[in-house]
Design a protein around this ligand. Structure first.
Ligand code: ATP
Ligand code: MG
Length: 379
């Protein structure tokens, strides 16, 4: 038979941490008022799934947590737990935890569990708690003042009859529901019968349709068979044609391959040409730069040339002027020369006359003639 071996309390009501051991058989807890006897009983109720705050002398669940308990750092939540260890045919551990954020959890043999899991296990071992096998502080007076009907209810609970009554009323309700569903199903069945008749008619039509379709198919098959022969011969000639085409295609493929090789070599050449073109373009660029500077030089030279031409023109003009003045001078000189010649001739004439005068002077006539400007011959 299952029996309670120990209760571990952590932050539960007045207990910070306690491990209370029990013996097999009858156990009695004694202590002064306020020492925590009833708190131990409350812990037992709590761990076994009690949900009544009144029976644990509370107004809210967080009151179960020791007032000096400290919250955990990770979630800032205080917590209390009670762990019951049972022994018997096989050991059993039930634990229940309560947090200050009102969350509650159960563990059964150190695994997460629900309240229903715990109740099911206890019921299977005939250890579930109720108001008849767990009498809390102050409930004895209430029990004594029960009327006959309430007392009967309590006896039913204690004898387990209430459970059966509850199950019976639940089953009757279920039965009522099922009967309702059956009558609904009957109505639906009669409706469906009508549909079924219609469906039978549709089925007949469908079968006739299928027979007709089959005969059409057979006819089509015959037609197709005869066409097949023609198609087969067409197919064979097409096959021969295809083979021929394939041969041609192979030839073309060979040519394409050759062309590909040629294209590849051409593209290699093109790449080389592009490379050299690129180099040439670089050269052309530098040549262009040279050409630009040469153009600039030539523009300078041209402007110099035009100014030189202007100076030449001026020079030519000056030369022409000089030439014309030279021509004038030549003319003048010629004129002078002819004047000079005539002067010389005159001079020669005069000299001749002078000689004659000299001759006449010797004779004494000359000086006279010369005073009149006449030569001796004229005279
Ligand atoms: P009595 O003989 O009078 O029935 P008792 O031994 O049953 O007394 P309990 O009722 O179990 O005593 O314990 C009451 C004590 O528990 C009170 O002193 C109360 O302050 C303390 N207590 C109850 N809840 C908490 C809590 N959350 N934190 C700290 N102490 C608490
Ligand atoms: Mg008490």
């Amino acid at each position: 038979m299952l029996y309670l071996d120990s209760i571990i309390l952590h932050n539960f009501k007045s207990f910070r941490h306690a491990n209370i051991k029990f013996g097999k058989g009858f156990n009695c807890i004694v202590g002064p008022n306020g020492s925590g006897k009833s708190n131990i009983c409350d812990s037992l109720l709590f761990a076994l799934g009690e949900s009544s705050l009144r029976r644990m002398r509370l107004t809210s669940f967080p009151q179960l947590i020791n007032s000096h308990a400290k919250p955990k750092k990770e979630d800032n939540v205080k917590r209390a737990y009670v762990k019951l260890s049972f022994r018997g045919e096989e050991p059993l551990e039930i634990a229940r935890i309560i947090k200050s954020n009102n969350k509650v959890g159960y563990r059964l043999n150190d695994r997460h569990a629900t309240r229903q899991d715990v109740i099911d296990v206890l019921r299977a071992k005939r250890c579930e708690i109720n108001e008849t096998n767990a009498i809390t502080q102050g409930e004895i007076g209430t029990l004594l003042s029960l009327n006959a009907k309430e007392r009967r209810g309590l006896i039913d609970v204690a004898a387990g009859i209430k459970d059966f009554d509850d199950k019976k009323s639940a089953s009757l309700k279920e039965l009522e529901k099922v009967e309702g569903s059956i009558s609904e199903a009957g109505i639906m069945l009669s409706e469906r019968q009508g549909f079924l008749n219609e469906l039978a008619k549709e089925k007949e039509d469908a079968e006739h349709h299928i027979a007709l379709t089959n005969s059409i198919k057979e006819t089509s098959y015959t037609i197709l068979k005869s066409r097949e022969k023609g198609i087969m011969s067409e197919y064979e000639s097409s096959l021969a044609l295809i083979k021929e085409r394939e041969k041609k295609r192979n030839d073309i493929d060979g040519k394409i391959k050759e062309a590909d090789i040629e294209i590849e070599s051409l593209s290699n050449k093109r790449e080389a040409a592009a490379k050299s073109l690129n180099e040439r373009s670089i050269e052309v660029g530098s040549t262009n730069k040279l050409l630009e500077s040469a153009n600039r030089d030539s523009a300078v030279k041209e402007s110099q040339l035009s100014s030189a031409k202007n100076s030449i023109a001026e020079l030519e003009k000056a030369i022409a002027e000089l030439k014309s003045s030279r021509a004038k001078m030549v003319e003048e000189r010629t004129a002078n020369e002819s004047g000079l010649k005539s002067a010389n001739e005159e001079l020669a004439e005069k000299s001749k006359k002078l000689k004659l005068i000299d001759v006449y002077d010797d004779a004494g006539v000359g000086s006279l003639l010369s005073r009149y400007g006449e030569t001796p011959e004229e005279a």
